[in-house]
Design a protein around this ligand. Structure first.
Ligand code: ZN
Length: 460
């Protein structure tokens, strides 16, 4: 019996689509990457619960069939995109919110719940679930966990890894690892959930999660600040950390080329004039509207008085707040003004980013005169983003990747800050990991998935 027939018998005909009926196009691409032409999918399984995920993996493991786990397909590194003939396992029917525990400040969910639904459920219960990113309307929480998603509020709340207390995952042979811990303190041996968080479904498939919830902020203050150079950015960050303490929730740095794209190039009026060395979007989230506002203005006023900031604008309304964030969020509009382009998501120690930006730009310009680069990033958490555009058809993507990742490796940085490895960065992983680290990763992979069925061709 073929695998589709076997699975239909065990979990029901409606839960398994064969090669003819499956809605394949949406299972063949994420935000940027596509399954290579000619690679055939065997079918798509849509399990309704953990027991069905276990049955699917058990059958595929016995038959040596590759399994491609998928969430909302909003990734940027190809982690969910099939690269060889396989069965797709979509978690989209597992979308129950199982419990909100107000005393533990936790929410227990199935892996297929959409991020925005989690945020809304937390809000309805009087809490904040702080993970936020552009794909919130379709990204699934299990995908956020398996890729260890980041975003704009990592500075204050951490990465997805820091927002998870418990995980239930299914191993390659169908074994269910239930570790739905709700306690902040739990040192009883190895913390196994971290095997599954950030490993992109190569070591097991996450089926349920216990998420951490936080108090809902009652006040938000936002400002855009213009400065001369990167040393001034570092001084601004020091002052903001000391002045705002734990309420500092975003510190987004934009270099001038990026600022021009986010404002004038999109037909928007620039809230601060062009010509400054660098621009920073600062945000605080607090619990006391009046006191937080006064503190925000006082700290920024002192920063201006001391000559660190050259100019600043503080948002006076929700509309102005959204207008400032729209500048930072402009990569979503790049297809209109800066396309095609190659985007990079790398990490370097915060203090070194200022010198590395012109160095990297110069290396790219020396190799490809006329290349255009825009730099921006969360920076306070060491994350730098870079978009590169070259008037060549096709763009030499691999050579550009190689130049950037080699430089990041040479400088001791990470080739992936928050987007993961997937297929896109796999061959460059050695720039950020030692031979010993790679060997241990391979040992974990072969131990947990000896037949290599889980998301083959990804990460390691
Ligand atoms: Zn980012």
């Amino acid at each position: 019996m073929d695998i589709i027939a076997t699975l239909r018998e065990s979990i029901g005909a409606d839960a398994v689509h064969g090669p003819d009926e499956a809605d394949f196009p949406r299972h063949r691409r994420d935000f940027l990457n596509e399954t290579p032409a000619g690679v055939a999918l065997l079918g798509v399984a849509y399990p309704r619960d953990t027991a069905q995920v276990s049955a699917i993996l058990k059958a595929c493991n016995a038959a040596g069939i590759a399994v491609q786990p998928q969430g909302g397909m909003t990734g940027l590194a190809g982690g969910g995109v099939p690269h060889m003939p396989c069965l797709v396992l979509s978690l989209e029917r597992m979308r129950a919110i199982l419990e909100v525990d107000p005393d533990a400040s936790t929410m227990t969910v199935e892996a297929g719940v959409v991020l925005e639904t989690v945020q809304k459920a937390a809000d309805d219960a009087g809490f904040l679930f702080p993970l936020d990113l552009g794909g919130r309307g379709s990204a699934q929480i299990g995908g956020n966990a398996s890729t260890n998603a980041g975003g704009n509020r990592v500075l204050r709340y951490g990465m997805m890894r820091d927002l998870i207390l418990g995980v239930e995952a299914v191993l390659a042979d169908g074994t269910v690892m239930r570790s739905l811990n709700k306690m902040v303190k739990n040192n009883a041996g190895y913390d196994l959930k971290h095997l599954f968080i950030g490993s992109e479904g190569t070591l097991g498939i996450i089926t349920r999660l216990v998420l951490r919830l936080f108090p809902k902020p009652r006040s938000i203050a936002t400002a855009l600040v213009a400065l001369d150079d990167y040393p001034a950015v570092l001084e601004l960050l020091r002052r903001a950390k000391h002045g705002f303490g734990a309420t500092l929730s975003a510190f987004e740095v934009m270099w001038p080329d990026f600022y021009r794209l986010g404002t004038t190039a999109l037909g928007r009026q620039a809230p601060l004039p062009h010509g400054h060395g660098v621009y920073v979007l600062i945000e605080t989230m607090g619990t006391d509207e009046d006191a937080d506002r006064a503190r925000f203005e006082e700290v920024l006023g002192q920063i201006a008085e001391d000559g660190i900031a050259r100019d600043a604008v503080i948002a006076q309304s929700d509309t102005q707040t959204q207008a400032l964030w729209a500048i930072r969020d402009c990569p979503g509009e790049f297809p209109k003004i800066f396309w095609p382009q190659i985007s990079f998501d790398v990490s370097l120690p915060t203090g070194e980013i200022g010198d590395r930006v012109p160095e990297l730009r110069e290396r790219l310009e020396r190799r490809w005169p006329g290349v255009r680069t825009v730099f921006f990033g969360h920076v306070a958490d060491s994350n730098l983003h870079l978009s590169v555009r070259l008037d060549m058809d096709p763009m030499p993507v691999h050579a550009i990747d190689d130049l950037v990742y080699s430089a990041i490796g040479e400088w001791g940085g990470s080739i992936s800050a928050e987007h993961g490895i997937g297929t896109v960065k796999r061959e460059f992983l050695h720039h950020s990991r030692t031979a010993e680290e790679l060997a241990l990763m391979r040992l974990l992979k072969t131990t947990l998935d000896p037949n290599g069925i889980l998301n083959p061709g990804k990460v390691i």
